[in-house]
Structures are given as C-alpha cells and as structure tokens.
Design a protein around this ligand. Sequence first.
Ligand code: ATP
Ligand code: MG
Length: 321
Amino acid sequence: TAAIIAYFGYRQLLSPEAIVTAGVIYAYNDYIGRIITPLFMLFRELGNIEHAIVKTNRFFTIIDSEKEDSSFQKTHKYNGKIEFKNLWFGYSERYVLKGIDLTIEPGTMCGIVGHTGSGKSTLMNLLMRFYDLKKNDIGQILVDNFNILEYSKRTYRQHIGIILQEPVLFRGTIASNIRYGNDKLSDQEVTDIIEKIGGSDLLKKFSDGINQRIVRGGENLSLGERQLISFGRVLAANPSILIMDEATANIDTGTEMMIQKALNVVSKDRTVIVIAHRLSTIKNADKIVVLASGEKIEEGNHESLLKNNKTYASMYRAQSN
Ligand code: ATP
Ligand code: MG
C-alpha cells in the first residue's frame, strides 16, 4: 500500500493529468481492506474447522467403542483379601509393572510408597479396573480368591471405595454429599458419621450444620474439609476395600493430624490400601510396600524396613529431617 501510494501519488504530483488520481488511490486502499478482511476471517475459521474435525473424531471414537457390560448383581460383602499374582502390565508396549507379587490380608492396612512414576497409581488403576489386563499382560488380580475380571465392573465395584487425591464434591449440602445417593441414611446418622471422623468443628462452623450448602466442586470448603467429607462417604457406603491416594499438595500439620485421625476411624474392619506421600501416614500400617520402576523392591512393616536400611529407610530419613 505504501509503495503504491508513494509511486502513483508522486506521479500525480508531477503531472496532474495522470490516469490514477488521488481519489482512485483512496478507493483502491479502501477496497483492498474490504477484500482482505473477509479472507482473513475465512482463514481464521479454517483453524476452527480443524479443531472441530479433531473433536468430532474423538466423539465418534467414544460412540463407536464397545459398550461396557453394565449389568449389576448384588453380591455378598467381600472379606477383603487382595492378591496380585506375578503381574506384568503396560499401557502400551513398555511394561510399567514388572512382576508384582503381593498379598494383602483382610482387614489390614497396606501402604504403598515409591518415587514418582514407579507405578503406584497404575497398581490401583488395575485394582479399581480403570484399566483391564490386555493380551500382552501377564498375571492376575484376585479378590477373595476370585479373579476380578469375572464380574462386570459395576458388580465388582460395589464393595470397593476410593478416596482420590482431590475429592470431588457435588453441589448440594454436606449431608447430600455424604449420603451420595444412599437416601436411607437419616440426618442423625449423617451427623454421627461426621462426629465419628472428627468433623464436629466442621458442623459448629456452619450455622446450618449438615445442611450447609456446598457449591459445585466444594470450593467453599478447604481441602482438608473436603477430604473429611470423602472420609464420611466411606463410612456411609461401608465398602470392604478402601483405596486412598493421598493428597500430594502441601497441607498444614493440623489438617494432617485430622486426616490421620479420620483414616484411623475408617480403616477399622476394612482392607485399606494407602498410596502415601508422607510416610507418617502409613507408619502404623501392617505392611508397607516399596515400588521402584514397576518392581516391588521392599516389603515389611515400618520397623523391619528401617532395620533393612535400604530405600524405605533412606526415604524416611529424608522426610523426617
Ligand atoms: P506419582 O507418585 O507421581 O503419582 P505413580 O507411582 O503413581 O507416580 P504411575 O502413575 O503409576 O506412577 O505411572 C507409572 C508409569 O506409567 C509412568 O512412567 C507413566 O508415564 C506411565 N503411565 C501412567 N499412566 C499412564 C497412562 N494413562 N497411559 C500411558 N502411560 C501411563
Ligand atoms: Mg500416582
């Protein structure tokens, strides 16, 4: 544009009879803008179309995928014995778990520790059946001596509970979040549950008590309070097996003690597996398993592992300093 104005403008100045006049240059400039703007918009939309194609593909992947067996039959409560037998598993070609052998007795607490990427969450993903063993994988997982692939996922999971690193709360009240669809629980029972896990302060803090409103995601509660409510859910649902993925986020000592206390309450008469980041959480566990790069490298209780003076002992020393 600058070149054209300079060239023709200069010629116009030199000879007033030049074919291109100032008016034509103005019109040219104006039209150029009108042509380019829609082209520009067109190319921007092309980007959006690309996005839409990718999204549609994903959408159809879900629609076309095989339907999950969602049948449900009530089964007796599990005793809670868990066995991992020579388990080799990988998300793709690479094995992430390498020959895990582990037995967890009913009603005991097992802590799992290991550096990041060692396969702790993977082990739990398999136990929860978020992933199933494929044909390249080896070994099996047994609960009460039955293979967990025997039942549909819905049936299998009815006696298993999980506490996630970031608890998910729904819009509603404290009570509705603890009932979690189990409407048989009376208000009194909900209050008892909260008091049992050491949440009396929570009720005192709010004038509406258990009917205190919770916004979506529970953002009006602290992380510790949200954790307490998910412990409450465990008592309400009363599963035989409980898996807890401990929050990695830094929490203060008060919250840590509160969670420790709640964990002690909910772990009664249940098989509990805790993926621990703070070793203090599992100091009293019946069994502690140390994973490294998908292999079980140590197993025992706190004292015996300290005596072994290997990975666990050095992790413990690093944390208690
Ligand atoms: P952290 O302490 O950070 O939670 P972790 O011990 O739970 O670690 P895992 O999540 O079990 O570690 O991951 C073990 C390995 O598996 C990692 O190398 C990771 O890259 C890989 N992995 C985990 N989830 C997937 C997935 N969904 N798809 C592919 N690979 C995965
Ligand atoms: Mg993990």
